[in-house]
Design a protein around this ligand. Structure first.
Ligand code: G1P
Length: 283
């Protein structure tokens, strides 16, 4: 199964850090955000990760290309662990597809249509990290259990925030699993059919690619993936797996990126004590 990571947004919230590189290249601890997302897709048995690229892509492409000179240099200095880390990033099975115009998430996903063909595929939005890699695996289980149906991830948000997201309607069929009956992208608070927002992980059937080819611009004048999923419900079933608060970490704004760094650092013994000491010393 292929995995698509749309990474063609402009990253304006992070300027000037994103003046010359994509926001997906910002580090969280020791690696760029997008490397976590690529590794998550591979941990859920993706055999190739397709990054949808826009402007300012040179560093991103270089990150996922072999760097034999750097690797040899590190080895000559006795830094084998760093050489391994460099080789690992360069060897990940990543390919690139160009999105020449920023026409929306649905358009970005459709740019990979020739690569996904007649197979189901994952979509992972690059803003969110799932460090334990468990969400796609739960979605894959549901996909298999329900005859290959599409599965999306959702999370519960306070009602006043629903307009930032795609929102589902549906019924809970067991703890943490919903059958989806409708979806709406960025609804007004009073129109939102639930408080369950689309989280940025999708396992979709090939029919979605066909629908995207004909999806008209929706919310914000953009071609929305959510609108294609709504159209899919006319012919196919869809399920939603609920993600817990501590499973996903948002890196989309400076505040949430900073919080993600702190939360992940606190999970690592080599950083946790240093961070506690630093904060205590500031008072
Ligand atoms: C996108 C999707 C939306 C989803 C959100 C999750 O919106 O269109 O359905 O809820 O990601 O982060 P965006 O954040 O690109 O506006």
């Amino acid at each position: 199964m292929k995995a698509i990571i749309p990474a063609a947004g402009l990253g304006t919230r992070f300027l000037p850090a994103t003046k010359a590189q994509r926001k997906e290249m910002l580090p969280v601890l020791d690696r760029p955000v997008i490397q976590y997302v690529v590794e998550e897709a591979l941990a859920a048995s993706a055999d190739e990760v397709i990054i949808i690229n826009g402007a300012k892509k040179a560093a991103l492409i270089e990150h996922f290309s072999p760097s034999p000179n750097l690797s040899e240099f590190l080895l000559s200095k006795g830094k084998a662990a760093l050489a391994n880390a460099v080789d690992h990033a360069g060897d990940l099975p990543v390919s690139f597809v160009e999105q020449d115009q920023p026409l929306g998430l649905g358009h970005a996903v459709h740019c990979a249509a020739a690569k996904t063909g007649e197979e189901p595929f994952y979509v992972l939005l690059g803003d969110v990290l799932v460090p334990d890699n468990q969400v796609l695996l739960r979605m894959l289980d549901v996909h298999k259990r329900y005859n290959g149906a599409s599965v999306i991830a959702v999370f519960k948000v306070p009602r006043e925030l629903v307009s930032r997201f795609g929102v589902i309607a549906g019924s809970q069929i067991q703890e943490g699993l919903w059958k989806v009956s409708d979806l709406v992208e960025k609804p007004a608070v009073e129109d939102a059919p639930s408080e369950y927002a689309i989280f940025g992980r999708y396992l979709l059937t090939p029919a979605v690619m066909e629908l995207l080819a004909h999806t008209a611009p929706g919310a914000g004048g953009e071609i929305q993936l959510t609108d294609a999923l709504k159209a899919l419900l006319k012919t196919e079933d869809m399920y939603a797996v609920v993600v817990d608060d501590d499973e996903g970490f948002d890196t989309g704004t400076i505040e949430t990126w900073l919080e993600t760094n702190v939360r992940l650092a606190m999970r690592k013994p080599e950083f946790a004590q240093m961070l506690k000491d630093a904060i205590a010393s500031i008072g």
